[in-house]
Ligand binder design. Structure first.
Ligand SMILES: Cc1cc2nc3c(=O)[nH]c(=O)nc-3n(C[C@H](O)[C@H](O)[C@H](O)COP(=O)(O)O)c2cc1C
Length: 330
């Protein structure tokens, strides 16, 4: 069975990899992921705020913070919450490259135009095989139009692209008015792929203490559907590859992701829950699933349920909304 896939110009032994997360924090765990069958590893992000350290103190005064809502700053992680500073981050990439044979993908995470993007070059020099660019932006300013958010992201990509040769994948938010059009624009600027999607960690409210509280709930498979829909819509419409991140817990989820057009499938919550060996179980279950269903390769299956190829494309469109609402009976 041919499980190989091409992702961001990298030839991978299968489509499965741990997504950006603490899974790559220790060399030992990354070795265990590689032994289990992970085809690549994505580092957690190096954040703009870590690089431009001095901006942290002034964060509440910047345009990015909601000035009218001072509690917004409590959503912002403290420096000590970040695992690795910029130097240690780069060092860790070099160490990972020595420790494992699978491709190592760095991740740079920021929202404004500025010097922090120079770290893309340092990540490349540290040995990363590719870079994820994550522009995790919360548009708190009601006067800022969506087109400005898109333009800034494209500008950031362009500036990073100018400084490095390794492929760049952009980790997208699902909250663009027209995610497909935006992905095409990223394509045009030279993104080698898109990762769908960022999970937005919503703060909760402590009603007794009148505080906004941080919450991180792990995902479940229902979150995959948003990704499946957009992968299916984008497949065949962009030059770059599609990776799915969010809600992949079982081999069925992996099969669905590939059928909708994914070249790579990232897993985080399930690995945090079940440990590195879970990726191995999914790789071997994928192999068996393909054999049982008489496929020769992962490539043969890719995109078979995309909007272009699905037997009933209406399930990805407005018609699905009407249909599911009518299914509910009281
Ligand atoms: C503890 C934790 C840390 C994460 N850190 C990062 C990060 O540094 N950069 C990033 O782009 N995504 C990060 N993510 C998001 C994951 O890469 C992934 O997109 C998200 O968890 C959805 O995938 P899942 O449903 O498999 O968990 C993190 C997720 C978790 C749970």
């Amino acid at each position: 069975m041919d499980l190989t896939t091409s992702y961001l110009g990298l030839k991978l032994k299968n489509p499965l990899m741990p997504g950006a997360s603490p899974m790559a924090h220790t060399l030992d765990r990354v070795r265990r992921l590689e032994d289990a069958g992970a085809a690549a590893v994505v580092m957690h992000s190096l954040f703009e705020e870590q690089i431009t350290n001095d901006q942290i103190a002034e964060f509440s005064h910047t345009e990015m913070a909601a000035e009218s809502f001072s509690e917004a700053t409590s959503y912002f992680p403290h420096m000590e919450d970040y695992a690795l500073g910029p130097d240690r981050y780069l060092n860790h990439i070099s160490k990972l490259k020595e420790a494992v044979d699978i491709p190592v993908i760095g991740s740079l995470n920021g929202v404004s135009m500025g010097g922090w993007t120079d770290h893309a070059k340092l990540i490349q020099e540290a040995g990363a095989d590719a870079l994820e660019l994550n522009v995790y932006y919360v548009a708190t300013d009601p006067d800022e139009p969506g087109v400005a958010v898109e333009k800034r992201t494209l500008d950031i990509l362009e500036s990073v692209k100018e400084s490095i040769d390794i492929p760049i994948a952009v980790k997208l938010s699902p909250f663009f008015s027209s995610p497909g059009h935006f992905a095409k624009q990223l394509d045009a600027v030279g993104a080698a792929g898109v990762i769908m999607f960022n999970r937005f960690y919503q703060p909760d409210i402590d009603i007794e203490e009148l505080e906004a509280t941080h919450r991180l709930d792990l995902s479940n498979s229902t979150e995959l559907r948003l990704r499946l829909r957009w992968a299916a819509i984008l497949h065949g419409n962009i030059k770059g590859d599609i990776a799915i991140s969010g809600g992949v817990h079982t081999v069925d989820d992996v099969v669905k992701a590939i059928m909708c057009g994914a070249s790579a499938v990232q897993v985080v919550s399930a690995l945090l829950k079940y440990g590195p060996a879970h990726i191995g179980s999914m790789v071997s279950a994928l192999k068996h699933w393909l054999e049982d269903h008489e496929y020769d390769s992962v490539d043969q299956m890719r995109g078979s349920m995309s909007l272009e190829h699905a037997p009933d494309r209406s399930v990805f469109e407005r018609a699905n909304y009407l249909k599911v609402l009518q299914l509910w009976e009281v």
